[in-house]
Design a protein around this ligand. Sequence first.
Ligand code: FAD
Length: 354
Amino acid sequence: MTHSAPTAAIETDAVVIGAGPVGLFQIFQLGLHELSTQLVDSLPAIGGQCIELYPDKPIYDIPALPFASARELIERLVEQNKPFATPPHLNQQVDRLEPLADGRFEVETSAGTRFITKTVVIAGGVGSFQPRHLKVDGLAAHEGSQLFYGLDDPARLAAQRLLIIGDGEAALEAAIDFAESATHRAASVTLMHRRDEFKAAPATIGRMRELCAAGRMAFIAAQPIGMRESGGRLSALQVATADDRMPWLELDAIVAFTGVSPKLGPVAQWGLNLERKQIVVDTARFETNTRGIFAVGDIVTYPGKRKLIVSGFHEATLAAFAAAAQVYGKSIPLEYTTTSPRLQRLLVAKSDTR
Ligand code: FAD
C-alpha cells in the first residue's frame, strides 16, 4: 500500500473504518437513520476476522441464525446492507484522521482516498490486518512487481514460472488454477510449504496431488532463505528443505499466501483514550473521548465488554442513534422496522427493486 497523489475528497455523513461483521452491521444501522456512509478496510475483501481467520468454521451464537459458517454470516450481512451500501474502499488502510475547524473530520487512506465526514465510526477489530511478509533480505524490493501477497489479477502472471507459497485453500486453489487454466496457465507452477501438510479442503488437496503426480505442477517442502537477482530482477529463491538441501528455484514471480497479522497501527495516533490497545468508549453512545468519533466491536473496551459479534451489533445500533443525533442536531426517536412508514419506504421499497 503506497501513498499516491491526493484526489478530490468524498463528502459523507459517516466513514466506517473496518469491514468486519460489526462494521458491516454499522452501515445498516446508519442507513436506517438515512446517513450516507463510506466503508474502508485494509484487506482486499470484506468480512474482517470472519473471512480472514475462520471462513468455513461454524458460528452458533448469532440470534435467529442457529448455524452459519462465518462466510455465510458475512454474505447475509451484505444482503441486509443492500438498501444502503456503497462500494467499499478495500485494500487501503485509514492512516490519517484529523478534526477540521467546522467540526467535521478529514480522513485519508494509504491509497490517497480522502473523505470529509461529519462522523467516524471505528470498527477496527483487533487492528488493521497486514500480510505476513517473507523474511528474506532484499525480497521486499520486488513486492508489487514479482512478489505478491495474495492475488488480484491472475492474468498478469500467465506464462510465467511461478512459486506459490502457502498451505491453505487460497494457496492450493491458486496453484491448481495456474496449472490448469485455459486463459492464464503458467509456464510452470511450484507450490511450497514448510511441511507436506495442508489446511485446505480434502478435495483441493487431492486435486493438487493429482496434478503433481501428472507432472503438471510440483510441490516442495521447504522454507525460503535467500534470493538471487539478475539485471535488477528477482531470478531465483534459495530454499532450505526438510532433508537439509538448499536448492535454488528459478522463477519469474512469487505469490505468497502466508496469512495476515493484525496491527493496531494508525488508530493509536489519533489522540483517542486507549486502555491496553483498545479504545475507551461510553456505553450509552459508544463515543470516544473525541466528539463525533465513535468506536464499536472488538476494538473497544468498557466495563463488562465481551468480544462477541452480538455485542458489536448492539454497540453499532446505539452508535448509529448517537451519530444521527449529532448529524441532525436533535435526539432520535425509536422506530420499529416492522411498523415505521419511513423505515418501510427505505427497506421494503429498495428490497422490492433489487
Ligand atoms: P474484525 O472482524 O476484526 O474486523 C475489523 C476490520 O477492521 C479488519 O478487517 C481490519 O483489516 C480493519 N481495520 C482495522 N484498522 C483499520 C484501518 N486503520 N484502516 C482500514 N481497515 C482497518 N464471535 C462470536 O460472536 N461467535 C463465534 O462463534 C466466534 N468465533 C470465533 C472464532 C475464531 C477462530 C475467532 C478468531 C473469533 C471468533 N469470534 C466469534 C470473534 C469474532 O470474530 C469477533 O468478535 C468479530 O470478528 C469482531 O468484529 P469486528 O467487526 O469488530 O472486527
